[in-house]
Design a protein around this ligand. Structure first.
Ligand code: NAD
Ligand code: UD1
Length: 345
């Protein structure tokens, strides 16, 4: 049985990936400092799967502590989710973002080399494409970023490409996620943002549950079919499955590989709103506001490469994503409740 170290495994995408890994009979070790999550998510993963997770509450920036995990366990591969991810916050606190995201990842790579762990899946983002020249977006499009968060992802992709160039026996998957939404169909785990959500789906579900008065739609004058922004929303369980498929690819000694993970289909803000109204069975209030600075009109993936090389194809529809997001929000109106509200350390 192979052992996978999942950093940031208590978070939104990490917890769903732990479910997939356990269901596929991998041994799972999680390292998380719980700066944006809580241990309850892991307890719920154990409830869903009936299997145990070995958990270390460690900051990946603290190399000496992190090394303990490599010494105590025989690790076959790492999925590295740990990182800070809020674009607006990264503009206000760039140093914290560079410190946390860069140092944690450099530590992971160095410890992999020292302890002979050859396979790594890295969480990248569609944000590395900036404002793409056209849609759908292919993996070989130009890369350019506009904020510190995005820059950490692009810098780390560069670090990993440079590292892989001279370390041919290492296998690395750069996965560029589009817009993950939805939750595990059990309603036990899901997205649990701190404070006022920045992203569309958690904002809509909080309006639906009565925590916020209305959804502000950031612009309806884009060059898109209904004027609102178009994105590639992908169910978090599909994304989680994509990680398991990427791991299997790495175990064939693939070298460095890069994949978009999305659905290949664009949906507008109004499409998502309508989907959520259908899931809830009532109308959700909204107002049209100004465009949000930095937003782009359209962003959706070509997932042909992930399909051809990994066999990845998203299975959940927008309707499924809305149903599962609502199911999670309705069953957990205050999320996991006990989150630490510290940024790092
Ligand atoms: P999340 O905040 O829910 O999960 C990240 C986890 O990492 C949290 O549990 C947090 O406590 C932990 N963490 C952060 N810094 C750490 C450190 N130094 N040491 C140990 N643990 C640390 O976020 P998520 O949505 O699950 O995202 C996971 C990864 O995917 C991130 O790297 C993010 O940048 C990337 N990503 C997310 C999205 C998205 O829309 N959610 C899109 C593209 C890429
Ligand atoms: C955001 C991040 C991006 C990251 C991506 C996936 C920003 C500027 N960009 O992008 O770096 O890769 O998440 O995590 O934060 N919208 C509203 N009202 C809201 C919220 C959003 O109308 O209250 C609209 C946006 O204008 C956009 C769409 O909904 O058209 C999706 O927004 P969001 O969920 O924030 O994701 P992205 O903008 O794709």
């Amino acid at each position: 049985m192979k052992t996978i170290l999942v950093t940031g495994g208590a978070g939104y995408i990490g917890s769903h990936t732990c479910v997939e890994l356990l269901n596929e009979n991998y041994n799972v070790i999680v390292v998380d400092n719980l700066c944006n999550s809580c241990e309850e998510s892991l307890k719920r993963v154990e409830r869903i799967t009936g299997k145990n997770i070995k958990f270390y509450k460690i900051d990946c920036c603290k190399k000496r502590l992190l090394e303990k995990v490599f010494v105590e366990n025989k690790i076959d591969a790492i999925i590295h989710f740990a990182g800070l991810k809020a674009v607006g916050e990264s503009v206000k606190m760039p140093l914290e973002y560079y410190q946390n995201n860069l140092i944690s990842t450099l530590n992971i790579i160095d410890l992999m080399r020292k302890h002979d762990v050859k396979s790594l899946v890295f969480s990248s983002s569609a944000t590395v494409y900036g404002d793409p020249k056209s849609v759908p977006i292919y993996e070989d499009f130009d890369l350019k970023v506009t904020n510190p968060y995005g820059r950490t992802k692009l810098m780390l992709e560069d670090v990993l490409r440079d590292f892989a160039n001279v370390n041919k026996d290492f296998n690395i998957a750069l996965l560029r996620y589009f817009n993950p939404i939805g939750a595990h169909p059990s309603g036990l785990i899901g997205e649990d943002p701190n404070g006022i959500p920045n992203n569309l789906m958690p904002y809509i579900t909080q309006v639906a549950i009565g925590k916020r008065e209305f959804l502000g739609i950031f612009g309806n004058d884009y060059n898109t079919p209904d004027g609102t922004g178009v994105r590639d929303y992908v169910h978090v369980c599909d994304l989680a499955r994509g990680h398991v498929l990427a791991l299997k690819k790495l175990f064939t000694n693939s070298g460095l590989v890069t994949y978009n993970l999305g659905t290949g289909k664009g949906s507008s803000v109004l499409d998502v709103l309508k989907g959520m109204e259908k899931a809830c069975g009532f109308e959700i209030k909204y107002k049209i506001l100004e465009r949000r600075p930095g937003d782009i009109a359209q962003c959706y993936a070509s997932c042909d490469k992930a399909y051809k090389e990994l066999g990845f194809k998203a299975q959940y529809s927008l309707e499924d994503m809305c149903r599962d997001s609502w199911n999670w929000q309705k069953n957990n109106p205050n999320g996991y409740k006990t989150k630490n509200k510290i940024l790092v350390k």
